[in-house]
Design a binder for this molecule. Sequence first.
Ligand code: ADP
Ligand code: MG
Length: 326
Amino acid sequence: MTAATEFEPVIGLEVHVQLATQSKAFCGARAEFGGPPNTHIDPYTLGLPGALPVLNHRAVEFALRMGLACGCDIALRSELSRKHYFYPDSPKGYQISQFDRPICENGHIEFVLGSERRQVRLLRIHIEEDAGKNLHLAGGRTSLLDFNRAGVPLIEVVSQPEIRSAEEAGEYLRAIRQLVRFLGISDGNMEAGSLRCDANVSIRPRGSTQLGQRTELKNINSFKYVQKAIEHEILRQIDIVQSGGRIVMETRGWDAARGTSRSQRQKEHAHDYRYLPDPDLPPLVVDKTWLASNAAALPKTPMQRRDHYLFRLGLTPYDASVLTAE
Ligand code: ADP
Ligand code: MG
């Protein structure tokens, strides 16, 4: 057996989708991409004392649309929590996210891999806010901060660890991009950062049912690199294990220019973040009637359309994929 067939890769993706709302997740500042630095800001974005959050109704609606389209269980009551960490691009000192009570759980993403129809189950889809941006000037002595992106609403789509190849990860991600575009909740543009992906990768002896130690790859900022970065990581891990080493749980940054990754930090754990329900935000309650009207207004998903073209109209798989691409 060759090295590549002796081991089975196991991949789980965490995909961040920027929601195309007009204003930010918890305040009225504009959520629009770009603009001169620090023009889409307000006291809440900057974490000024006394500024209080108000949840964006539209952001919740968009998260629900995605959850419904993925067949998730929707929580009629969920929680918005503070995830604490220090980083200059997060002026509040915490990010608002969802912890043990996310708005959507379970569900799945459907896509086509080669000629095979595949389903990857989801662990959850939760709502959170984006961070600002650090701009590091050439010369390495000065960093600037732009808070235009801070507080823009995101959903994070977290898969089960059941993707089995880099190629499958690419198709899974393409399916998410296509779905959010069909649902009208995001432009899904990876180059502009409105779709971002962290890849958790591990390997295990083929046939084993236990999960191996994983690493988490960050900075994969283009479609082209999703596959490359994951392939590289699988081979790196196989190399380590074959030479008698152990995989350490860590966060690695993908360096597209060099085609390699670098260890960034040892992985932190949930308890390091001191999650707590945000005391300024009441529980997020989804009204049943509102949920039902969102479900009724849901457009056909790309996969439903594809089935219609294939099985009702008798089109070829190629034609069906062209017609559902955009
Ligand atoms: P964290 O925020 O600590 O990364 P999450 O539970 O949010 O934890 O995300 C975990 C992600 O990692 C999920 O997509 C999951 O499928 C994936 N994952 C967990 N364990 C493994 C593993 N052993 N190998 C590959 N992926 C894994
Ligand atoms: Mg993670």
